[in-house]
Ligand binder design. Sequence first.
Ligand SMILES: C[S@@+](CC[C@H](N)C(=O)[O-])C[C@H]1O[C@@H](n2cnc3c(N)ncnc32)[C@H](O)[C@@H]1O
Ligand code: SF4
Length: 458
Amino acid sequence: MNITSSLFQKYNLPVPRYTSYPPATAFNTVFKNVEYLEQIKSSNSAEPKNISIYIHIPFCVQRCHFCGCNTTITQSDDKIRRYIDAVIAEIKMVAQFIDKKRVVTQVSWGGGTPNSINLNYVRQIMQVLHSEFLFADFAEIAMECSPAYLDFKDVDVLHEIGFNRISLGIQDFHSDVLDAINRLPPKCDVDEMLTYMKSKGFRGLNLDLVYGLPLQTPESFRENIQQIIKLQPDRIATFSYAHIPWFNEAQRLMEHHRFPTPAEKLDMLVYAINELSANGYEVIGMDHFARKDDDLAIAKQNNMLQRNFQGYNTRKTTGQVYAFGASGISQLNGFYAQNIKQYDKYAEAIESGTFAVERGYTLSNPEILIRDTINEIMCNGELDFAVMAEKYNCSLSEFLEITQFDILKLSSLIDDKLIEFADNKLHVTPQGMMIVRNVAVAFDPAFMFQEGKYSTTI
Ligand SMILES: C[S@@+](CC[C@H](N)C(=O)[O-])C[C@H]1O[C@@H](n2cnc3c(N)ncnc32)[C@H](O)[C@@H]1O
Ligand code: SF4
């Protein structure tokens, strides 16, 4: 596969990333605890039956100045202990309404830096999950880790607790870039760490890189890509850094450094795509790559890829998502519910014996069809209109009316060979997968271009 900068530039438009449909910007504050309880109860009779769990740990040891995540810098055991107790109480509160026959196929820990807290807290929460829910023997138990706080002993403990997937936030291999973003380097050699994790049976090992960080140059980023190819992780994510200091105050602290220009960022992305695809990695979707023998690449080949707020997943393991902790977003069949973002306010709500939902969204039936349509395009790059209409018990013309699809919206993508379209069947080419949100937007009737509302790809 070879994608050119000019093609990328042409489609570098502000459209939603479709991590969810509707995007989180559409959530409202009418949706609160009462609605959440109703939806948890009804989720037992909805599909999929299996359960995905997300645990958010909103704590880090040091603030990386580029960071866009919901986190607080603290190592106070009192604060962390109080938070863990609240998460455990929330799990128990939700679990009492969940059908005991349903099985957990996925647990994802994110943050913040979940591996920076005392791992006994992690063990405690996992024990509570096991006592409240039934687990499938193939369940994926994953944690996003910062390599700055991870050593071989920690990997042993995580393995013993039941983890079998780990993602490491590398961001950049160069010490000057890490210094510029106020980030500590990995505690252990990354190559040895990956080999060790593989020997313990961890799979789907992922490394995150970010392009667009201060002091990065096209040359230094090429070195990152070559280095990552040598390391051979199962999966790679390359995220674009967006400089939005009015939203993330700490980003101002990097402004005295030189940042790569948009053209240089484009060069980095194009290099990453072309070089990773030439070296055995498959483009999974926006920003994500997987080795051809990885579960995600296999699922992609079989049109069995799914996506949620935790990233790309296989259809086998993706369930309805019940999120626990501050800012966690539950994604059940017909709605989204997001918890209060500040960790102390979240804990206060749970301590008072209620849920801690701050906002959410209930989807209408047409919106559920649109979400599924967009998901098929974003994950598998295939859409058969007739199959989708049949699935939702509607006619082809109703499908076209609900999505307000018009082939004219896709004509330039067809001309540029990024998609193929015939007999109401759509196929996104491997090049097209890199700008797949530009394809998905053609099926989103609510979308209107709004200056500044969504980020561009680069
Ligand atoms: C919660 S962090 C991962 C775990 C751990 N806290 C760490 O930093 O290694 C999730 C990932 O989001 C990405 N990320 C965070 N802030 C970002 C930003 N402003 N722009 C692009 N990617 C970002 C980074 O690649 C990071 O690894
Ligand atoms: S360690 Fe991760 S979550 Fe914490 S500030 Fe750095 S990038 Fe953000």
